[in-house]
Write a protein that binds this ligand. Structure first.
Ligand SMILES: [Mg+2]
Length: 236
């Protein structure tokens, strides 16, 4: 069946996310050391990460909302140091700015341009990347995130939210992403077609069931495949 639209994961599909998360943690730590040295001493980066993991484990109701998880983490870190009014807004802005300072893979932008010339595209992410700050929002007809949808990948419902926003049946949407469980198994279970951006050429984990329809090295390979399926109409 013809592909009429695409949904696209962001982190680790269009850019490597770990360097951005690392820089964001460091930016928060640097600000704390300057403005609240007692909090910085009590909560160095590794301790802050452990605290966030505890918050995530305790607040399963926030599994779809990394933003609130991180804000709660900061609140608890300050409270543990006896500071009731934590400067959450200032810290969040510092975190968020650094977190969105991503470096796209070299194939990402040319591929986005080729895709959006011919197919409607929706972003579909569990994370809190901000396409406007990153400067690529114009390529996306819709933005679907776990925080707004109330459910996170691999829950099929978030894929169906995207299908509804696109106005296209799930079986005519190709979901593109890097994560075997979140992206590929999730999209498959929701009835979407699946393209795995497998930059490290990893083997498909057999415990996740049937492999995705496409196993591709990068975004260029994806668009080459798409265009070969549906050659552009000849000019008049
Ligand atoms: Mg990803």
């Amino acid at each position: 069946m013809q592909i009429l639209a695409l949904t696209l994961d962001l982190d680790d599909t269009l850019w490597p996310v770990l360097p951005a998360l690392e820089r964001a943690d460091q930016a928060v730590d640097a600000w704390l050391r300057q403005h609240h040295p007692e909090v910085a001493r009590a909560w160095p980066i590794t301790a802050m990460r452990e605290l966030r993991a505890r918050v995530a484990a305790e607040r399963l109701d926030l599994a779809h909302d990394f933003t609130t998880q991180r804000q709660l983490t900061l609140q608890q870190a300050f409270a543990a140091c006896g500071v009731a009014a934590a400067p959450i807004e200032a810290l969040w802005e510092i975190y968020f700015a650094a977190r969105n300072c991503v470096e796209l893979y070299p194939d990402s932008l040319p591929a986005l341009e080729r895709i959006t010339a011919r197919w409607p595209l929706a972003s579909l992410t569990n994370g809190n990347a901000d396409l406007q700050r990153i400067g690529i929002h114009a390529h996306f007809a819709h933005q679907v995130c776990a925080r707004d949808s109330g459910v996170a990948k691999p829950d099929p419902r978030i894929f169906l939210v995207a299908a509804e926003r696109l106005g296209v049946a799930p079986q005519q949407i190709l979901h593109v992403g890097d994560d075997p469980a979140m992206d590929m198994a999730g999209a498959r279970d929701a009835g979407l077609r699946t393209a795995w951006i497998n930059r490290d050429a990893r083997p498909w984990p057999p415990e996740l069931g049937p492999p995705p329809e496409l196993d591709l090295r990068d975004m260029t390979a994806l668009v080459d495949w798409l265009e070969a399926q549906a050659p552009a109409a000849k000019g008049r």
